[in-house]
Design a protein around this ligand. Structure first.
Ligand code: MEV
Length: 327
């Protein structure tokens, strides 16, 4: 039996614009994870799955087009093991469709688990590529940032490259330097929103008015650039205003929601230096930048404002993610 896992993720800034080749910054949330347990099956039974959180079991043979069936087959092909008889059990602490990358984390845990079960070591780039191919089938035009931050499990600067006639050059992936640790409080609206829906809507709007959306994406990209410089300089004080500016642009792009804005306003009123939605939007989570004095006040304010889950993470420090209540 082999157990593998992969972290949740958070987009600090640059979501949506990153699909259109602007830079973005993403962080792994190491203490919130998805798990894949891989055990040998009886010979001839093929690949079988259990997802107890979803009350589902299926076999790759009966559901060959299922995203995870395809990913399991592609992984076995990549490591040169086929056919295989395995039972894969998938679980996650990450709420589905919350903006925290549950899909990429489950897929990454699956790839890591299969490779480890058969004694193969796959480098992060190969794991990321397998998961990206799978996400592309599922949600159309992903930038690749989710699978990358989850597979590399470190804070990254990510820039997707434009497709050329000969295909897509690999994205720019660089580690982010965080000179001074900072604290984020994360509030979950409890409203689930599948990534592909807002991503598809933004594409339609961009196609209808490319000049306007290109300008908004440029402004988001400029914020990511300034945020990277602020993090590298330890100038956490500048980050709050950048997060607020990013939120204003996300509202203009059309991916915010009344629930998100309610939590964002509550966090700011309780003393957060800045707050924004994180991920695809229309639901899911928001994040707030806080100092040590404001962290519990902001967490409490988010719970009072209806957050279904409140988490904290220290970025650039040794501490991990903590639940501070709310389920
Ligand atoms: C989702 O975590 C981030 C989006 O920018 C989509 C993507 O990059 O594929 C909304």
């Amino acid at each position: 039996m082999t157990l593998a896992s992969a972290p949740a993720k958070l987009i600090l800034c640059g979501e949506h614009a990153v699909v259109y080749q602007r830079p973005a910054i993403a962080l792994p949330l190491g203490d919130i994870r998805a798990y894949a347990r891989v055990a040998d099956e009886e010979t001839g039974r093929g690949i079988r799955f259990s997802a107890p959180d979803l009350n589902r079991t299926w076999s790759a043979a009966d559901a060959p087009n299922e995203t995870l069936s395809e990913l399991a087959r592609a992984t076995l092909h990549a490591i040169g093991v086929a056919p295989a008889d395995v039972h894969i059990t998938l679980t996650a602490d990450i709420p589905i469709a919350s903006g925290m990358g549950s899909g990429a984390a489950i897929a990454t845990a699956l790839v890591r688990g299969l490779a480890a079960h058969f004694g193969r070591a796959l480098p992060p780039a190969d794991i990321s590529a397998l998961v990206y191919a799978s996400e592309r089938r599922f949600h159309g035009t992903p930038s690749g940032i989710d699978n990358t931050v989850v597979a590399y499990e470190q804070a990254i600067w990510f820039v997707r490259q434009a497709e050329t006639a000969t295909g897509a050059p690999p994205p720019v992936i660089e580690p982010i330097r965080v000179a001074a640790p900072f604290i984020l409080v994360i509030g979950d609206t409890g409203r689930r929103s599948a990534t592909r829906l807002p991503v598809g809507e933004v594409r339609r709007r961009w196609q209808a008015d490319p000049a306007h959306y290109e300008d908004l994406f440029d402004q988001v990209g400029a914020i990511a650039l300034q945020a990277r410089a602020a993090l590298a300089d330890g100038a956490v004080g500048q980050l709050g205003a950048l997060l607020n500016d990013n939120q204003r642009l996300l509202e203009q792009i059309g991916v915010s929601s009344p629930e998100l804005e309610h939590l964002i306003a509550a966090a700011r009123a309780a003393g957060a230096a800045g707050a924004k939605l994180s991920g695809a939007g229309w639901g899911g989570v928001m994040l707030a930048l806080v100092d040590a004095d404001a962290r519990s006040r902001v967490g409490e304010a988010l719970r009072q404002a209806g957050a279904t889950r409140v988490l904290e993470t220290v970025v650039g420090g040794d501490a991990g993610v903590e639940g501070v209540g709310g389920g």
